[in-house]
Ligand binder design. Structure first.
Ligand SMILES: Cc1cc2nc3c(=O)[nH]c(=O)nc-3n(C[C@H](O)[C@H](O)[C@H](O)COP(=O)(O)OP(=O)(O)OC[C@H]3O[C@@H](n4cnc5c(N)ncnc54)[C@H](O)[C@@H]3O)c2cc1C
Length: 558
């Protein structure tokens, strides 16, 4: 972990650099020309310049030894600038991950030190034309080359698809099938038989270079096999998913807020029907406030998960999946709403929100699609549900009933309702064997993510009230505002879990389904409906906070 002061300085330097070198006109131009600004990317990664790469390299190899929380903060900030450039930097994070996790001490020393000292750019080569979400379908092969009965190297052949930095990296980690299974190899640019295609012409992140790779009998020495043991590749990839998905979650969060931070000031200046749009409840309560609530719920989950990864609680794959799912889906919704919030202007290039929307779209696709996240979340929590005989989420609810006693205003009681309803829906799915329908399994993944994020946000609001937030945590909202945001999100989550849960159970069982009436009664729907009371006044308050009116109203009242 790096000291808070160092992190703040890095964030400040990044903001200043972006302001100077990547103003809107430059971004719009690069986006139109579909160009990756290599000089900017190199500047960001050079140790004697911005040196962002140093953050995630351990100190023993010349880096700063940043933890998951530090990396989340930097990723959010990069995404606020440009998601294409952020992706170019992320590719080195991803590309070096198999090394960080699985390499031998000699390999770590060599490659991590080179990243720190030379600003080496990496690419992460997992995806193939036939192997996307299902990496098990991998076709790239690595054949052993032996001399005198000893393996001295490998010959790699195959094709990789959609590789970020594919055409510009200095080195690549390539996943290939050895006789003992998938393994990572480090391949440097320019070696014989290794080529890349022209950059893809993409919908968004046009400032990032994405290219297909071709490997035709590419020879690498045996010491390029990451970890020196074949067949560890998928485990090594799995081991960092919690961490890498948090980074993409931070991208969704940063991009979503970047869009809203354009819509909010715009709406104070845009006069329609005799007043600014920011004064119109039908505008703020549809386009701005719900998106703020979803993004902040995702933030709460990201921050909690980052703290847990830093406390070495494990790889937290499911938590990474929940964070990525919520933050990237919320980022997409927020960016889309921001186009609407700017009306016709939003639909033009000049106002940037349409670019942000195109850019953020990738975050629900790469590093695991949203559907794969739903599956990951659901499968894991399903096992916990079974192991605890259906009590897991009822137990979670109890934590929030206790929290409510200390902090009656943070939405903990409503989060508890969401957890109880979730436990009931899952139990019904178990007894009626509904997860034989893949759709039900994935929908459960979504409901789980909403309930757990409602819990995380209520906890975050309580910590804020107690002045116990991580000192690196985002401090945009004070305790009262965060509590109101938490209540808004918890209401959405509880209603979603109960009503959509009921819908899918009935939908899967048919009219004759015996369990639906019983389930309806067990979900606590009347309490969840009653919990919607004061939703509008909370939304009014959050809108006032966002537009700086809350303080003024307070002064007037005083
Ligand atoms: C701009 C860009 C940059 C990228 N950068 C990199 C990179 O640097 N390195 C790298 O290795 N990869 C990279 N990728 C690849 C990315 O990770 C994959 O595109 C992603 O994992 C999805 O794989 P796919 O495109 O083959 O889609 P598919 O796996 O074919 O999925 C298509 C659709 O089907 C759904 N689906 C898939 N499987 C299931 C299932 N079992 N059940 C239900 N639904 C399912 C998916 O959710 C998706 O909606 C990048 C992609 C893009 C577009």
């Amino acid at each position: 972990m790096i000291p808070s002061k160092t992190l703040k300085l890095s964030l400040k330097s990044l903001r200043e650099f972006a302001k100077k070198r990547l103003p809107d006109e430059v971004l719009i131009d690069l986006d139109a020309r579909d160009e990756c600004p290599m000089e900017i990317v190199r500047h960001m990664c050079s140790p004697d310049k911005l040196g962002i790469q140093l953050l995630f390299i351990p100190e023993e190899f010349g880096g700063l030894g940043g933890g998951a929380f530090d990396v989340y903060c930097i990723c959010e900030e990069m995404a606020r600038v440009d998601l294409g450039v952020a992706t170019a930097v992320l590719a080195t994070f991803l590309g070096s991950d198999p090394i960080t996790v699985g390499a031998t001490p000699e390999q770590k020393k060599l490659w991590l030190t080179r990243i720190a000292e030379e600003g080496l750019l990496f690419a992460y080569g997992a995806t193939e034309p036939e192997a996307g979400s299902d990496l098990g379908a991998l076709r790239t092969t690595a054949e052993r080359v032996s001399e005198n009965g000893k393996v001295v190297g490998f010959k790699i052949s195959g094709n990789k698809q959609w590789i970020s930095n594919g055409g510009v990296a200095d080195a690549y980690t390539i996943l290939a099938n050895t006789p003992s299974g998938p393994s990572w190899f480090i391949v440097e640019k320019g070696v014989k038989g290794f080529t890349h295609d022209e950059p893809e012409d993409k919908h968004g992140i046009r400032l990032s270079n994405t290219a297909a790779l071709a490997l035709d009998n590419v020879y690498v020495d045996a010491d390029r096999l990451v970890g020196g043991v074949e067949g560890q590749g998928l485990n090594q990839a799995q081991a960092v998913f919690g961490y890498t998905r948090l980074m993409v979650a931070a991208f969704g969060l940063g991009a979503g807020w970047a869009a809203l931070d354009r819509a909010i000031p715009y709406s104070t200046k845009r006069i329609q029907a005799g007043g600014p749009l920011s004064e119109k409840q039908g505008y703020t309560h549809k386009l701005i406030v719900p998106n703020v609530a979803r993004l902040e719920a995702a933030r709460a989950y990201i921050e909690e998960s980052a703290e847990r990864i830093d406390a070495v609680e494990g790889s937290l794959n499911t938590e990474g999946a929940i964070a990525k799912y919520m933050a990237t889906e919320a980022g997409n919704l927020a960016a889309d709403a921001s186009i609407q919030a700017l009306g016709g202007y939003g639909y033009t290039h000049e106002y940037m929100v349409e670019k942000i929307k195109r850019d953020v779209r990738i975050t629900t696709i790469y590093e695991g699609t949203s559907e794969i996240m739903e599956m990951t979340i659901s499968r894991d929590r399903w096992q916990i549900h079974l192991k605890t005989r259906g009590q897991h989420y009822h137990e979670c609810a109890k934590e929030f009933e206790v929290l409510r006693a200390r902090h009656p205003n943070v939405g903990a009681d409503i989060a508890a309702l969401a957890f109880h309803a979730l436990a009931e829906v899952m139990e019904k799915a178990r007894t009626a064997r509904l997860t034989r329908h893949q759709h039900i399994l994935l929908r459960l993944g979504e409901l789980i993510a909403y309930a757990e994020c409602a819990g995380a946000l209520a906890r975050r609001a309580a910590r804020k009230a107690e002045n116990k937030l991580n000192e690196k945590a985002n401090q945009r909202f004070d305790a009262v505002a965060l509590a109101a945001i938490s209540r808004i999100f918890a209401r959405e989550a509880a209603l979603k879990v109960a009503e959509e849960g009921l819908r899918w159970v009935i939908g899967a069982e048919g009219v004759s389904g015996a369990g639906a009436p019983g389930l309806e009664a067990s979900l606590g729907l009347p309490a969840i409906h009653r919990a919607q009371a004061d939703l509008i006044s909370d939304m009014d308050f959050v809108a006032d906070v966002l537009y700086g009116r809350a303080a003024k109203r307070g002064e007037q009242a005083a």
